[in-house]
Design a protein around this ligand. Structure first.
Ligand code: ADP
Ligand code: MG
Length: 270
């Protein structure tokens, strides 16, 4: 198989739909220590997904490499997995996203005076050009699955794809109260959350939850024992909902879906 086809097959594992691209780009922004992240989505992410961050940026010399398979700045040997704190480490996201969409990256590294722009598609990479940019990185992903009609056909209506993106984003908004987020949909800003200085990234903070869902009566939860720590907030029984759409569960700050845990919480209110 050609590298192009290998990457496209690998993309099936990483990129199922626009929301998977958003997840990978957010993880990269968080790994880059961003405190401001802006997300733009058009046509449910099928036409455009753009994530801009104010993180450390990408050095010019690395810009051609980040799109190669198994290229990561996060680990270099297997032992590194034991102490891993980053969201990503497989070096697969950008290489696979690039094989199924058109990607522009503009980045300014913290130690460099000027930003750079590079464009990628499944055929390869453009020249690197200088570009005006504040510190950080903007990744623009256009026309997802334009070259794989069979995958494109599998996507749902733009409104459904957008909802999946929005549900995913909500999880990040909750667990990263230290980051300010802006979201725009089809050219209109739909949400803006400010960074909460006293909150820690990866930890749920009451103020952020209230900013998102209003001042409900939230009860703090804390448990430590049996080799685990559980922390969080729970609504008062009087604001009990019949659906679990607003149950958010994280393991080591990563959003997870687990029917067992969801059910257990739900039963607690029975
Ligand atoms: P991984 O996150 O597993 O390392 P990716 O394919 O997602 O792999 O990204 C490849 C590399 O590109 C990262 O290891 C990182 O060095 C760089 N990179 C990607 N996105 C950003 C970003 N927003 N800011 C800084 N560096 C980035
Ligand atoms: Mg990554």
């Amino acid at each position: 198989l050609t590298q192009e086809v290998i990457n496209q097959i690998a993309a099936g594992e990483v990129v199922e739909r626009p929301a998977s691209v958003v997840k990978e780009l957010l993880d990269n922004a968080i790994d880059a220590k961003a405190t401001q992240i802006e997300i733009k989505v058009r046509d449910g992410g099928m036409e455009l997904i753009e994530v801009s961050d104010n993180g450390i940026g990408i050095p010019k010399k690395n810009l051609s490499e980040i799109f190669l398979p198994h290229t990561t700045s996060k680990i270099s040997k297997i032992e590194d997995l034991n102490t891993l704190l980053s969201m990503g480490f497989r070096g697969e996201a950008l290489s696979t996203i690039t094989s199924v969409s058109r990607v522009h990256v503009t980045s300014k590294y913290e130690d460099e005076g000027i930003g750079n722009l590079v464009m990628f598609n499944e055929k390869g990479q453009s020249d690197i050009r200088s570009a005006a940019k504040e510190q950080g990185t903007t990744v623009r992903v256009e026309n997802l699955f334009y070259n794989i009609p069979a995958r494109k056909k599998y996507l749902k209506a733009a409104s459904t794809e957008y909802r999946k993106i929005y549900e995913l984003l909500n999880r990040y908004f909750i667990v990263y109260p230290n980051i300010s987020f802006k979201l725009s949909k089809d050219g209109k800003e739909v949400l803006s959350l400010s960074a909460l200085k006293d909150c820690v990234g990866g930890d749920i903070c009451k103020e952020r939850v209230e900013e998102m869902y209003g001042k409900e009566e939230l009860v703090g939860i804390k448990y430590e024992g049996n080799g685990m720590k559980i922390k969080g907030y729970s609504g008062h029984p009087s604001s009990h909902k019949s659906k679990n759409a607003k149950q958010f569960i994280f393991v080591n700050s990563r959003p997870v879906t687990d029917r067992g845990i969801m059910r257990a919480v739900y039963e607690g209110y029975s």
